[in-house]
Ligand binder design. Structure first.
Ligand code: PGA
Length: 255
């Protein structure tokens, strides 16, 4: 299965606009799944309850962050148990925008464990801030991955997806996306690091995704080189582009 995951971040402003986007993606979701492509939308959490009942079925939903606690006196926080109770099946954790607001590897590791224990699929994001000529960024990403998976229950690796998202390739400030080649090199390192953390057979089954300035034009290049999926930001809010990414991943068979 390949995963095409839309990270809507804090967009759109109105639920009506969210409904419109979902309506269009729903049209291709069933055929995509039949072609081995799982579309997932991660809207702002406040929209999940409104969106999920409308589209139960092929299209799946996720949240963008959660508390490390299952419940408790944590004003303003949201838990993965609550997301799961709405029917959400995925959670993005460790996104660089959350790390940038002060989330540490230790906090992320705690969130990851809480989430997989309640049966959520965790999309764990890792990626270097910038690239140096000596390749030290490889060590930075491996260390980040290891620390974010500290004490991860090995029997839950089937719930884990890793998204490589280099910071320099994310968002409007990015000058360019990582190349498919960049992703391929990093995927080898991620795979090796995962097989040091877990049983090799299990480690090899963990999907490795790319994210950072993906658009309808470049999406296929990562899939062609072996990415198990894509974590799409801006382009996931442009219906035509996101539908086109899903369609390409499905070999053009969703229409
Ligand atoms: P982008 O965002 O596709 O807009 O670069 C990706 C992400 O932050 O997940």
């Amino acid at each position: 299965m390949k995963y095409i995951i839309g990270n809507w971040k804090m967009y759109p402003r109105q639920i009506e606009d969210a409904n419109e986007i979902v309506k269009e993606i729903k049209k291709v979701a069933k055929k995509a799944v039949a072609c081995g492509v799982q579309p997932v939308i991660c809207p702002p959490a406040v929209f999940l309850a409104g969106l999920i009942p409308k589209v139960r079925g092929a299209l799946q939903f996720g949240a963008q962050n959660s508390s490390e606690f299952a419940d408790g006196p944590h004003t303003g926080e949201l838990s993965t148990i609550q997301f799961a109770s709405l029917g959400a099946q995925y959670i993005i954790l460790g996104h660089s925008e959350c790390r940038g607001r002060g989330e540490t590897d230790a906090l992320i590791a705690a969130k990851v464990i809480t989430a997989v224990k309640v049966g959520m699929h965790v999309i764990l994001c890792v990626g270097e801030k910038e690239r140096d000529h000596n390749g030290e960024y490889f060590g930075e990403v491996a260390a980040q991955l290891r620390a974010s998976l500290e004490n991860f229950p090995p029997e839950k690796t089937g719930r884990l997806l890793i998204a490589y998202e280099p910071l320099w390739a994310i968002g409007e400030k990015a000058t360019h996306p990582a190349s498919a080649r960049d992703f391929q090199e990093m995927a080898m390192l991620l795979r090796r690091t995962l097989s040091e953390c877990f049983d090799k057979t299990k480690a090899f089954k963990i999907p490795l995704l790319y994210g950072g300035s993906i658009d309808a034009k470049n999406a296929q290049s990562y899939l062609d080189i072996g990415a198990d999926g894509l974590l799409v930001g801006r382009a996931s809010l442009k219906v035509k582009d996101f539908v086109s990414i899903i369609d390409r991943a499905s070999g053009g068979l969703t229409k």
